[in-house]
Design a protein around this ligand. Structure first.
Ligand SMILES: C[S@@+](CC[C@H](N)C(=O)[O-])C[C@H]1O[C@@H](n2cnc3c(N)ncnc32)[C@H](O)[C@@H]1O
Length: 272
């Protein structure tokens, strides 16, 4: 049966900027509105490296997918998947294996609508409109049950998401719940923002960026390395461990940008 359009998705609020649509703007996408473009352009003026943050993160995700595919993973749960952009997860994994399955999850209406439009003829990939802070709403969702077989290894993608999840929402507990739903031999990928290795100038620019986002009701939290590493509990980090994103199994020279010092990523193999 073809997936039905997600119901109950709230109307899109075009009057105020939104982080998902600003990320789309930074990546050169077209699914953003005037308030998103105004704020994103302001951010780019004093923090020109912000575009590189998005690109480095997407390039890292692509290398992670190649790795997971090589390990035999054929089903992927992508939390906070974002607005579809070049090199979407389903395009990459279904190119490698047309029967690979993908469930995207996001709570941003534009991301959900565009993902649905893109996937409406794809029986093996779908989008779920849900808040990842409610893991039962995700894990018990009919579309998740249709496409993800939790007795087989899962590629659990938590990419560029946890910076938007406050400490009060218990990111460690959320990761644990999603990881515990996946069998041994699954892979957990996490990338998120950190300023542990940033220089003083970049830290100051980042502080400005966080203030601007906050003025738009979008709170971003940078985490230290030890906190991010702790989210991999119950897994064994694969080589080279938790690293700056472009130092994780690089396939090209690193980007000469302050952005390369602003994010860590790693992949853990879920233990039994
Ligand atoms: C920076 S984008 C990352 C997109 C993609 N994963 C990537 O790394 O390129 C973060 C995404 O997380 C989504 N998001 C943030 N908080 C969320 C929540 N509580 N539930 C579901 N999605 C959320 C946003 O709507 C946005 O699309």
């Amino acid at each position: 049966m073809r997936p039905q359009p997600p119901t109950d998705v709230p109307k899109i609020d075009m009057s105020k900027p939104n982080a998902a649509r600003m990320y789309d703007f930074h990546l050169g996408g077209a699914h953003n509105f005037e308030p998103d473009r105004v704020l994103a352009s302001q951010v780019e003026q004093f923090a020109p490296w912000v575009k590189d943050v998005a690109r480095i993160n997407r390039a890292w995700l692509h290398r992670v997918l190649d790795f997971m595919l090589a390990q035999g993973v054929r089903q992927f749960l992508d939390l906070g998947s974002g607005i579809p952009t070049v090199g979407n997860v389903h395009e990459i994994v279904q190119r490698a294996d047309p029967s690979a399955r993908v469930v995207y999850v996001d709570n941003e209406p534009v991301a959900v609508h565009h993902s649905f439009e893109l996937l409406k003829d794809n029986d093996d990939a779908t989008i779920v409109w849900a808040d990842v802070r409610d893991p039962r709403a995700v894990l018990d969702h009919a579309e998740v049950a249709r496409l993800i077989d939790f007795s087989q290894p899962v590629g659990l993608l938590i990419v560029g998401l946890l910076l938007f999840i406050d400490d009060e929402a218990d990111p460690a507990g959320l990761v644990k719940t999603y990881r515990a739903a996946c069998p041994a031999g699954s892979y957990l990928a996490i990338s998120t923002m950190s300023q542990d290795e940033a220089d003083a100038e970049t830290k100051a620019e980042l502080a400005n960026l966080l203030r601007l986002y906050e003025s738009a009701d979008e709170r971003i939290t940078a985490r230290d390395r030890a906190t991010i590493e702790s989210w991999f509990a119950g897994t064994e980090l694969v080589e080279p461990g938790l690293t700056l994103l472009d130092e994780w199994r690089p396939d090209r020279a690193s980007t000469p940008s302050a952005a390369r010092l602003l994010g860590y990523g790693g992949v853990g193999r879920v233990l039994g």
